[in-house]
Design a protein around this ligand. Structure first.
Ligand code: SF4
Length: 311
């Protein structure tokens, strides 16, 4: 992938809205029906493959949810996307990742993104992210991802209860290749109920950014911070049924693929996509190793106080 080539190269496909967590800020709570038939799913992948214009040429698919592991065709979708030549990524809450299923996805997946919003198990549970051991489990998941030579991304949503935290020790422990930090986004009709309590102001988000922007990730990469302004209109997103989602105006609208062909530049702002770091060398970053014994050597102690449930 050529970074200088300003085309939209990646898509987020929300294959399901089902989730075993109940994050209060979740902006994917009510979307359309998921595809339950592999033929129909492959037709979406084929359209993405064939969909080449002077502004879009999709190279990487990010399977997201909901919790993508809960989609009945999850493994088949990963395999099909991989065999069609896409760079394959998933974003998961990590709760369902274990040695058995990471082994199953490792052949097909280039990136695993894990959502972690706090250094505190208790705060995560209060946000609805798990039952009180989300951070501890995320550390184990990160180790597994590294052991299997898959690139790790960490996604963090900054909310009122977490915006003053120092996440550096945790991020250094997780060792992601990429860390994306989002200002909690209000999407009308999805997460209206939590806005008053959880939304952070621009200045609170900037303060979080300033505290963390110096952190170096694997390969010297820097974290990517996305304010609400950066996020709106800068993603190519598909609904569970494979329709294109627009988030301009603070709520979701959907288009058929064919309709989107005419509207693409008004639905996605390419400058914003590029400026928020939408293009990066997703195929070339170094991995930390594919063997357990290599990983044991690089595994530092995680400060136990960061996992205290009472933070
Ligand atoms: S884990 Fe993700 S999909 Fe599930 S409720 Fe939380 S934000 Fe939503």
């Amino acid at each position: 992938m050529m970074i200088g080539d300003k085309r939209i190269r990646s898509v987020n496909w929300h294959i399901t809205t089902k989730c075993n967590y109940k994050c209060r800020f979740c902006y994917v709570q009510k979307l359309d029906r998921e595809i339950l038939d592999m033929k129909e799913a492959c037709s979406v992948l084929s359209k993405l493959k064939a969909f080449r214009t002077d502004v879009i040429d999709i190279e990487k698919i990010n399977f997201v949810g909901g919790e993508p592991f809960l989609h009945p065709l999850f493994y088949e979708l990963l395999q099909a996307a991989h065999e069609m030549g896409f760079v394959v990524s998933i974003v998961t809450n990590g709760s369902m990742i274990n040695e058995k299923n990471i082994h199953r996805i490792a052949k097909y997946v280039d990136w695993v993104g894990v959502s972690v919003d706090s250094v505190s198990n208790l705060k995560e549970a209060r946000l609805g992210r798990g039952m009180g051991h989300h951070v501890s489990h995320a550390v184990e998941v990160a180790d597994l991802v590294h052991e299997y030579g898959i690139k790790l991304k960490v996604n963090t949503t900054v909310t009122k209860p977490t915006c003053k935290e120092n996440m550096e020790p945790l991020i250094q422990r997780l060792k992601p290749h990429r860390w994306k930090v989002f200002q909690m986004l209000h999407i009308e009709g999805q997460n209206d109920g939590c806005v008053r309590e959880l939304a952070v102001t621009d200045s609170e988000f900037q303060n979080f950014t300033k505290r963390h922007e110096h952190i170096s990730l694997i390969g010297g990469e820097k974290p990517v911070f996305e304010s609400n302004e950066d996020m709106i209109g800068s993603y190519f997103i598909l609904s569970p049924s494979g329709k294109v989602i627009s988030n301009e105006g603070g709520s979701y609208g959907t288009f058929e693929f064919e309709e989107f062909l005419e509207k693409q530049t008004s639905v996605i702002n390419i400058e914003k996509y590029v400026n928020r770091g939408g293009l990066y060398e997703w195929a070339d970053l170094t991995t930390t190793g594919t063997k357990r014994e290599i990983n044991e050597k690089i595994r530092p102690e995680f400060p136990p106080e960061m996992l205290q449930a009472n933070m």
